[in-house]
Design a protein around this ligand. Structure first.
Ligand code: MEV
Length: 313
């Protein structure tokens, strides 16, 4: 029997990160230029439940049972097994690879979970519906970072632009007019969970300040949704920059992100902001097609380790 594989895209948050953890809305889009892949090969000569996992990108090579219970890959596999009510798994080797930078705000953890759950359920002959895959990836997200909003697993599972609010049904966004963004990586790994925990502590110290920042972000998100749905895409630029300023006030930016954001704006981007957890990872900039080469070069010159141009449609 040949191997079975599935892939899942990365993602960026256009507006609303962090506030979304506290029940405010946010907008996220998939990024198909970077992907996680799970390949599953049967090992018919082995015994049931002999499941090996290798993930060369994170130097992992292990028997499933040797992984800690809280390991997200183990959680995904056990959740798929439970969803399919299987008392044992056939012997197999699972290989996980990904081109999504880790701890960079691009959803690498959620993409691995979705690709793995999808590949495994296909391999077992019972493809699970997206709703179940999304719920499984959400459970694994808890072990990547304690209090996920659920936006990453949702946008990555459904692979479409979404308007998301915690514990509410997600809404697909109708992008009236396609637009392009550049994604620039600072190259600084910054685990989302740590930044989310820091925001939580700071908010406990100063609830008025943080709640007022979240309210302002919420207003931006609703306005951005309207612009996206009406095709007023250039108007999104100032909103991105305004959202970045609020993230700076929240304390989740850093010198390198600010430098890339300023560089993009000075080179003609319509607006820019950090994207994801912050304190490293990626920023995004809205650009007209003719400005893309120049802004890309300027971001590289300013230290971006990777620049991706993507169209949102
Ligand atoms: C992570 O992509 C976005 C955050 O808002 C965390 C979350 O929503 O779970 C920082």
């Amino acid at each position: 029997m040949a191997g079975i594989f599935a892939t899942a895209p990365g993602k960026v948050i256009l507006f609303g990160e962090h506030a979304v953890v506290y029940g405010h809305p946010a907008i996220a889009v998939p990024v198909s230029q970077v992907r996680a892949k799970a390949l599953i090969m049967p090992i018919p000569e082995n015994k049931p439940d002999e499941v090996y996992i290798e993930a060369p990108d994170i130097h992992l090579n292990s028997h499933l049972n040797q992984l800690p219970f809280k390991n997200p890959l183990r959680i995904v596999i056990e959740e798929v097994q439970n969803a399919l009510r299987l008392s044992y798994l056939p012997p197999m080797k699972i290989r996980i690879t990904s081109t999504i930078p880790v701890a960079a705000g691009l959803g690498s953890g959620a993409a691995v979970s979705v690709a793995l759950a999808r590949a495994l359920s296909n391999f077992l002959g019972h493809p699970l519906p997206d709703e179940t895959l999304c719920a499984i990836a959400f459970r694994a997200e808890h072990s990547y970072h304690g209090t996920p909003s659920g936006i990453d697993n949702t946008v990555i599972t459904y692979n479409q632009p979404i308007f998301f609010q915690k514990e509410k049904p997600y809404q697909l966004l109708n992008v009236e007019k396609p637009f392009r963004i550049l994604i620039g990586n600072t190259g600084i790994a910054s685990p989302t969970g740590e930044v989310v925990a820091e925001v939580r502590r700071n908010r406990e110290q100063n609830p008025e300040k943080y709640n007022s920042i979240f309210e302002n972000i919420s207003r931006i998100v609703y306005q951005a949704r309207e612009f996206i749905e009406k095709g007023n895409v250039n108007e999104l630029g100032p909103l991105l920059t305004e959202n970045h300023k609020l993230l700076q006030e929240m304390g989740v930016s850093c010198h390198e992100l600010d430098r890339l954001v300023e560089t993009a704006i000075h080179t003609g981007a319509l607006g820019a902001k950090l994207s994801g957890g912050g304190k490293g990872g990626n920023m995004i900039a809205l650009a007209t097609p003719e400005r893309i080469p120049e802004i890309t070069q300027a971001l590289r010159d300013a230290g971006a380790t990777l620049v991706i141009a993507t169209e949102i449609r």
